[in-house]
Write a protein that binds this ligand. Structure first.
Ligand code: SF4
Ligand code: SF4
Length: 599
């Protein structure tokens, strides 16, 4: 195919013009991100960050993991972007007589073009025809982009069929013009994620909802020249990563589809607040309040901090940083809007949320003849947590655990005193109370000399194991859940269970969010209950897709009415659908919630 000089000149002008217009459109978006506050270090642990980015971007693991069929189609389309990179460069060099792609690579690209065509048609069908599961059947920009991608594939494949010279030239120009238009759609639509997702994933925290302690040192804060704010009070408090998150959202709705409050018909909509964040930073002044513009007080109060939104997001968005920031602003700056402030007052007064004196715990320890931990003599610290210490409904669980530990011969003991771990105080934004409780407990744990701890409550487990260390790096404590310990004791033969269910008792298992999603402990509790002879039928939503019992974020102490279905009742209905006669869970708080849900 020959190109006249005027055609060559036109190609150069069009490429330069499109690059300039694209750069001009990109600039304000980059400025929106850079206007954010500084954030934690997000370039540490480079190897891990690069590996995660490679896995989730190039291998599309999270995209496929959440929705296998739609994810595979998306992966085919994404693969097209990779394979067509060199092909596109050659396309624009062709008028100047440059050809560098070997025939075998053309063959690979042709096969991939067919896969991309199938993928994009499938995705368009899902979006515009399967309206019940579509993330947005009215997304016309998606329809237009799908059409352009399909045309790109068709024109490429047509060119491989060696058409007559005139048609080949027209086909070349059509392919080139689509490529020239494409970047402008990307930068002005949700397809901006094509550029931003790898960057957002690279900068994402290693752990789900990784909370950084707030600096509450009053003297240091007063001496600071910066304006002091607590949490996400106004848009000016947004960090650059949060702003980047808002602009990166691909609007896929995976977060919303897994949000327990949204599933129960409540107002909270994780995609909605990320998109409201995008609109806010684009349209509003930086002194606009976050609550009311990004999400309402009602929606915020419905969040159980279960982490399902963040865990399911394929582009690295950290929903919990926004939610927790807003909750901190409520508790520390605004003083209104918390859904369980009686809980906070009781913990402040008693050190536990059950309005019990510490002597009730001491009495229980004596009655059950639980030994105290002794430095140098005891191997394992058993953390009781508030529910096992003060809620009589959980006494049988505690008795059983003590029986197991005594039968195993493990040397174990409890602390003389425990305060609430502070998990729910922190999840309500009460960072001051959390840090006070944590410091008390850290001192006790260090003084006891404990190196290994078992906890029944996943909230305590997560908070002590993952968060206390961010307040005091001298605390060295290995933390495990009691189901992991029981599994270990069973496999080492230190205990044997009487399999009294004989595989006949129909049971189901509810995954606690802070054990499963936050700690990745899914198998140990299931192994133990199977060894106890129960016949386990899984709920449709289990393991990573499990939904919260409604108790997270101090939901168990909620004073406000939930609109729509209550989350605990929804989960109880999931249990009933399995036909199970016995519900097993790995969290005393989930047990409390689901027992109380009735039915
Ligand atoms: S943390 Fe859970 S409850 Fe809160 S918005 Fe995310 S999915 Fe919904
Ligand atoms: S926040 Fe993430 S999961 Fe939710 S719609 Fe946006 S991209 Fe999808």
């Amino acid at each position: 195919m020959e190109f006249a000089i005027w055609e060559q000149a036109l190609v150069v002008v069009l490429v330069l013009a499109t690059t300039t217009i694209f750069a001009l459109a990109l600039k304000p978006r980059i400025e929106l991100i850079l206007a954010g506050k500084s954030d934690r270090v997000r370039t540490d642990d480079l190897g891990r960050r690069l590996w995660v980015t490679f896995k989730e971007v190039l291998l599309q693991t999270r995209v496929i993991g959440g929705r296998p069929v739609a994810g595979a189609m998306h992966a085919a389309v994404f693969g097209g972007f990779i394979f067509f990179g060199a092909e596109t460069v050659e396309h624009f060099l062709k008028p100047f007589g440059v050809h560098f792609i070997p025939p075998f690579y053309k063959g690979i690209v042709a096969v991939w073009a067919v896969l991309v065509s199938i993928g994009i048609l499938g995705l368009a069908y899902r979006r515009f025809v399967m309206v019940k599961i579509s993330p947005d059947p009215k997304s016309y920009s998606s329809g237009f982009v799908a059409l352009l991608i399909l045309l790109l594939m068709v024109t490429f494949l047509y060119a491989q069929a060696d058409p007559p010279a005139g048609l080949a030239k027209a086909n070349w120009w059509l392919h080139a013009l689509i490529i020239i238009v494409f970047p402008h759609l990307i930068v002005r639509s949700k397809h901006f994620h094509i550029l931003m997702a790898p960057i957002d994933i690279f900068f994402r925290t290693e752990r789900l909802a990784d909370l950084k302690p707030l600096n509450l040192d009053i003297e240091e804060l007063e001496a600071s020249e910066e304006e002091v704010t607590f949490g996400l009070e106004t848009l000016a408090d947004l960090s650059w990563k949060q702003r980047m998150d808002f602009l990166t959202c691909v609007e896929c709705k995976r977060c919303t589809e897994n949000c327990p409050a949204n599933l129960a018909g409540q107002e909270l909509d994780p995609r909605g607040f990320i998109l409201a964040g995008r609109a806010s930073i684009t349209d509003l002044e930086t002194d606009a309040p976050a609550i009311g513009n990004i999400l309402s007080e009602t929606a915020l109060g419905q969040c159980t901090t279960c982490g399902a939104c963040e865990d399911n997001c394929p582009v690295g968005i950290e929903h919990l940083q926004v939610l927790m920031g807003a909750k901190q602003a409520q508790a520390l700056a605004l003083g209104t809007g918390m859904v369980a402030d009686d809980f906070l007052k009781t913990v402040e007064l008693r050190g536990n949320p059950f309005e019990q004196p510490a002597s009730a715990r001491t009495k229980l320890i004596e009655e059950l003849e639980i030994p105290y931990f002794e430095d140098g003599k005891t191997d394992l610290l058993m953390w009781l947590g508030c529910v096992w210490s003060y809620n009589p409904d959980n006494r049988r669980s505690l008795e059983a655990m003590v029986q197991i530990l005594k039968a195993s011969g493990v040397s174990f003991g409890v602390l003389k005193e425990e305060s609430c771990s502070g998990h729910h105080s922190r999840r309500q934004g009460e960072e001051m109370q959390f840090q006070t409780l944590a410091e008390e407990n850290i001192e006790r744990l260090k003084a006891a000399g404990a190196k290994k701890m078992v906890a029944p409550c996943p909230h305590c487990l997560h908070t002590i194991g993952r968060e206390y260390g961010t307040l005091d790096d001298e605390l060295e404590l290995e933390v495990m859940h009691h189901s992991e310990l029981i599994e270990e004791l069973l496999s080492s033969g230190k205990i044997r269970l009487r399999a009294n269910g004989n595989g006949k008792v129909p049971a189901t298992y509810h995954d606690p969010c802070y054990l499963g999603r936050f700690e990745d402990v899914y198998d140990a509790p299931r192994d133990v209950i199977r060894q106890a002879g129960l016949k386990v039928t899984e709920m449709e939503r289990h393991r990573q897709r499990a939904v919260c019992c409604g108790g997270g974020g101090a939901g168990f102490a909620r004073q406000t009415e939930e609109e729509g279905t209550r989350v605990d009742q929804m989960r109880k209905n999931h249990v009933k659908e399995t036909g199970a006669k016995l519900l097993v869970t790995g969290c005393p708080e989930c047990k409390m919630m689901l027992d109380a849900a009735g039915g």
